[in-house]
Write a protein that binds this ligand. Structure first.
Ligand code: AMP
Ligand code: GLY
Length: 440
């Protein structure tokens, strides 16, 4: 069995580690834009280049006799890598371009939910010009809107009232900026509550949810500072989150199932891959924030770290359209993931600084992201550098393990020491309780 992983972040390192645990002992290959030393040590071939060059990747995959390709990031999905690989008779974990619109086009997703009467969308409207924007912003009201570029913008395309937009005129200005760059965009109602990620294995006929995870996008403790790729995340031993009710979990599950069915109905093609719903629990129930057509980073680290089943067998079941809940077993353990990132990240990170991970004890739970070892030592290149995952019976014990390990990493780095702590989680639980009590 030859398996190709596309991408070289900590998410792909987690995918590689899960594949290595498979009793099928697959040969591993990687195509990526950078060399991740954590991944490279386990791969038979490691190609560095443009992962959106779908023709080259398909050619390499043929040359290497790849059986299954797992696409990590969204950009190659948008470029139709899954389509081209399938045309070359290579099975793929990752949807074709048309179905990947669930991530690559915010308007497509909102319109799909509307067309199939799927609950969970905030009030929204799509725009390709400025006409009507002022009126709609006013309809939503000051402080109550979010403006989103339609396409992939690497996390820079979303501005939220109160956080990034402080007046109607700033909001209008952002609409103007998007319109001038030829971007269509949506304006939607701002939701208030707690965000959570529900990732599912999906074979186009059925979905199997993974443990729920909460990511932390803000750079600094107490959710302050600029948005990042995600500073860390946690999941609980019962695969739920302490601030969610069972009804909220069911609502999110229902939305995911309805979306998978809507995608199949729309395109008459199976969605094979990861369907990752990003939701917010609000006082009026669960709202869909966005979809991703891939594993989350850092969420993949939490869930794959406790996956007990054979990941290769799960991939084969997804590809064959025969996925069942019984194929997918996760340990009943809590996980806390923390990223160490360069000082100054994300706005002006120090770059190419030597770091030292030699004191980390549990190497199986050490994940490399933006680091290279081309000059001998390990250098952090500027984005999220390395992550650790603590695994234990309780969240609080998992957090302590993660904190001890991350403090063993030396260099010009920082991390969020609050992720997974009882104090932070209790605050989330309190906020949701207060919101629900406000319900009228
Ligand atoms: P997205 O790229 O759609 O996930 O948006 C990035 C971030 O913006 C999300 O993680 C949320 O924190 C925030 N966001 C997006 N949409 C909304 C919304 N309707 N209400 C409140 N916050 C939102
Ligand atoms: N956890 C955020 C993302 O993967 O997009």
């Amino acid at each position: 069995m030859n398996i190709l992983v596309i991408g070289s972040g900590a998410r792909e390192h987690a995918i590689i580690k899960a594949l290595r645990r498979s009793p099928q002992n697959p040969f591993l290959y990687c195509c990526a834009t950078t060399c991740n030393p954590g991944i490279r040590q386990y791969t038979k071939e490691y190609w560095i280049g443009d992962i959106c060059n779908v023709g080259v990747i398909a050619h390499l995959a043929q040359q290497w006799a790849i059986n299954i390709a797992i696409i990590g990031p969204e950009a190659p999905l948008e470029q139709g890598l899954a389509d081209v690989l399938k045309q070359n008779n290579i099975s793929v974990i990752g949807p074709p371009k048309k179905l990947a619109q669930i991530e690559t086009s915010k308007a497509f997703t909102r319109d799909l939910l509307k067309k199939y009467a799927i609950p969970g969308s905030p009030l929204y409207r799509s725009f390709s010009e400025l006409s009507g924007t002022k009126d709609f912003l006013q309809t939503l009201g000051e402080g109550n809107y979010v403006i989103k570029a339609n396409g992939l913008m690497g996390g820079k395309g979303v501005k939220v009232a109160g956080d990034h937009l402080h007046s109607m005129s700033e909001a209008y200005q952002f609409c103007e900026e998007l319109q001038q760059t030829g971007q269509s965009f949506i304006i939607e109602e701002k939701c208030v509550g707690q965000e959570f990620s529900m990732l599912c294995f999906c074979d186009g006929n059925s979905l199997v949810p993974m443990p729920l995870v909460q990511d932390h996008k803000r750079a600094f403790i107490n959710d302050e500072g600029p948005n990042t790729g995600g500073m860390g995340s946690y999941s609980d031993a019962n695969h739920r989150l302490p601030f969610l009710t069972e009804k909220e979990v069911e609502q999110a599950q229902h939305i995911n199932e309805a979306v998978m069915e809507a995608l199949t109905a729309e395109f008459r093609e199976r969605y094979v891959g990861i369907l990752y719903g990003s939701f917010m629990a609000t006082r009026n129930g669960v709202r869909l924030i966005e979809y991703n057509a891939r594993f989350g980073d850092p969420e993949a680290l939490n869930v794959l770290a406790i996956l007990e089943s054979d990941f290769v067998a799960i991939c084969e079941a997804m590809i064959g359209g025969k996925l069942q809940r019984s194929h997918v077993q996760f340990a009943n353990l809590a996980t806390v993931c923390k990223y160490a990132v360069p000082e100054g990240y994300p706005d002006s990170p120090v770059k190419n600084q030597l770091i030292d991970v030699s004191s980390v004890q549990n190497l199986e739970q050490l994940y490399f992201a933006a680091v290279n070892d081309e000059r001998g030592g390990l250098y952090a290149t500027g984005s999220r550098a390395v992550a650790v995952v603590g695994i234990a019976e309780t969240l609080s014990a998992a957090e302590k393990l993660a904190e001890i390990e991350i403090n063993r990493i030396k260099g010009k780095l920082f991390h969020r020491c609050d992720i997974g702590t009882s104090e932070l989680i209790e605050r989330r639980v309190r906020q949701m309780k207060e919101l629900r009590e406000c319900y009228v």
